[in-house]
Design a protein around this ligand. Structure first.
Ligand code: FUB
Length: 336
């Protein structure tokens, strides 16, 4: 809002609107503290840096009562300073994939050839039962996105050795230095494949790359010559909620070397879902938890909220443990 328009409002209204902003961040907490998005419940964060702006794609958690996940659409927010977040609204509804019947689950958007490509997990209709991955495209990072092929890019039947019908979820996409784009995804089984340059077809075989304790939510990124596969893990022998673990490789094809756990579990949430980006020279890891209350709706399995923490590397390329905090990135990274 420009300063000139503020002059139209009497002082009491100005005071109330400033209070609303500060109340939205919990009063005493610094702007940008965790959870970073507080206007609604959000999950499965997927950052994308475009110039001086970081876009954050999320699923919209709308569960009521004890519903598990009620997710119909994907939303996008953006920031230039990692403190103040601008809401851009919905970029696509699951109904826009006409072959899908429900579940706007985890997504990621990448930019290629000047366009923005959204890869997203949904529930396929009964013609190809099970979870599936769709691809949509837009000329703007804030959408709207439209289905780019009119059918699933990956359906349950494309991974016949998988153990269950919801294994084909949570796509993550990475364009390598040679220009080829790869997609990885999975639940309990993790897969990777190359995409054709048109971004809407798989190119060649689908390879299974399941690392130890892999549950879901893979995220691919590269730093220097090293590739990272960061994911929601569940060591059923010791934990009842997901944590984040990671593996590294010198080639996307593998072999992947397991590097252990990166985080503990999220507050009040069975799931945790990593998304990683380098922005203005610093590395960040986005996660979600169930800590937020909005009105009379308490955080829960299906009412999650996105958070962010600093991501730090050791000199050998391994990652330093990430502690989930309320201050998040409003504080400098911890000293070693
Ligand atoms: O948000 C729905 C599902 O929960 C995602 O696809 C998983 O990664 C988990 O966060």
């Amino acid at each position: 809002m420009p300063f000139s328009s503020l002059l139209k409002f009497p002082p009491i209204m100005l005071a109330l609107s400033l209070f609303a902003v500060s109340a939205a961040h919990g009063g005493a907490e610094a702007e940008g503290s965790n959870p970073i998005l507080r206007d609604t419940f959000t999950a499965d964060p997927a950052p994308l840096v475009v110039g001086n702006r970081l876009y954050l794609y999320v699923g919209h958690d709308e569960a009521r009562g004890n519903e598990m996940f009620t997710m119909r659409e994907w939303l996008v927010y953006s920031t230039t300073d990692m403190k103040r977040w601008r809401k851009h609204g919905a970029i696509m509804n699951v109904k826009d994939f006409t072959w899908a019947k429900a579940d706007a689950w985890a997504s990621q958007v990448i930019r290629k050839n000047g366009r923005y490509w959204l890869y997203a997990a949904v529930e396929h209709d009964d013609s190809r039962p099970g979870k599936a991955i769709g691809v949509a495209v837009s000329d703007s990072p804030t959408g709207p996105f439209v289905d780019a092929r009119g059918s699933a890019l990956i359906a349950n039947q494309d991974t016949p050795k998988g153990t269950h019908s919801w294994e084909d979820i949570d796509p993550t996409v990475l364009t390598d230095d040679d220009g080829t784009t790869w997609i990885a995804w999975g639940n309990r089984q993790a897969y990777i494949a190359r995409l054709k340059p048109n971004m809407t077809e798989i190119d060649g075989p689908i390879k299974e790359i399941t690392p130890p304790h892999f549950e879901e939510g893979p995220w691919l990124h590269k730093r220097g010559k090293l590739y990272y596969l960061t994911y929601a893990s569940l060591d059923r022998a010791t934990h009842s909620d997901e944590r984040v673990s990671y593996a590294t490789a010198t080639s996307l094809d593998g072999p992947w070397t397991y590097r252990g756990e990166l985080t503990g579990s999220a507050v009040n949430s069975f799931t945790i879902h990593p998304g990683i980006a380098k922005f203005r020279g610093k590395w960040y890891i986005f996660l979600h938890n169930g800590a937020l209350t909005i009105g009379d709706l308490k955080g829960a399995l299906g009412r999650r909220s996105v958070t962010v923490e600093h991501l730090r590397y050791n000199s050998d390329g391994t990652l330093k443990p990430v502690v989930q905090t309320t201050a998040g990135v409003t504080q400098p990274p911890p000293k070693d």
